[in-house]
Design a protein around this ligand. Sequence first.
Ligand code: NIG
Ligand code: FE
Length: 412
Amino acid sequence: MILIRDISTLLSLAGAAAKDGRRVTEADLGISQKQAILIDKGVIQWIGASGKVPKQFAKAKIKEVSAKGLTVLPGFVECHTHLIYAGNRAAEFEMRNQGVSYQEIAAKGGGILSTMKNTRQSSVAELVRTGQQRMDHFVSQGVTTVEIKSGYALNLKDELKVLQSVQKLSGARTVATFLGAHALPPEYKTYESYLEYLGNEVLPQVKRKKLATRVDVFIEKGFFPLEASERYLRKAQELGFEVLIHADQMTLSGGADLAVKLGALSGDHLLQISEKEIKNLANSNVTCVMLPAADLYTKTNYPKAKELIEAGARVALATDFNPGTSPTQDLNLVGLLARLEMKMTLPQVISAYTVGAAHALNLHKEVGSLEVGKSADILCIDQSWDCLFYSVGERPSKMVFSRGKKIFDSLK
Ligand code: NIG
Ligand code: FE
């Protein structure tokens, strides 16, 4: 057993979890002082006043870890990344910054298709090597769960290669998502025929090989059309996948409403939604995943997080880390933008990056809050909680535990 003792300030997020991550306020952060957490086999057994471990554990062999002077909270859940890819799109960033649009670049074979070329040529070993570096970078920021989408290979062989690479990463817990429906590869003339191929030939293999549990699609003008995407996602559901949607990022394309209709785990981006969609999302169990770093890089507006939260929707935040629209892994930047540009309160940001994101991955019974019976995915920082998501570039020293095992320590 492991005892993390003398915790100066604990944020359990239990209240936020009890409210399903909706309308979170400071009172829901579960703030208490001088606490301890007892862990066995990666699971939290007890949380209480430090120095008062119950008698039933008295005989157990306990390894003690001091968290004196530290703030302890659930590890962050990074619920939307495109972490496995090869090459970069720095030249394209320069073009976009000089006025060429994302869609124009994509139509000329740049964008996602240029990353596709590099990714198809890359070996599993190379994808794992760069993927592991990126994974380590997330862990060093206190991330204990990382969602990773495929979608830069766009054919059976190489999409499977990408998903196999995900399985070889270590550090944080990973959740793999199949995003074959990310762009139209050169082998196909129509989105409809490509979706048929994915649904009939690729999804069954992904399922059989247990390479992903979730299926995502990029519904957008110039990308995947609504009706064919609905058929495809229903097929995915029939095969036993959970579904989610890159929805209404650049134009209002019906993705958010479809997410509600299909009972998707999340609708992601949601930049262009208006009152009707906000109401629908708020009355559903769909988690609204906001990706403000992508909005910064694409110089668009920011999603209506405040309206969504007030309407009762559950909100999550993530980096959307990818080489095109969000070439950053910086959680501080994401949280800062959520505060500055989306007017989210700090408790809402903290909950969105823990409880909200855990819901987006359907892992909320295991992670996102620190409670008895949940996984010991724990972040300890030498900083008070009100300094979180405040200073870009700052790296407080920390210890990170995944399933009770220390996976990062910069306090030593
Ligand atoms: O989430 N929107 C679609 N997919 C990514 C962009 C991927 C890329 O440009 O490489 C996103 O923003
Ligand atoms: Fe994305």
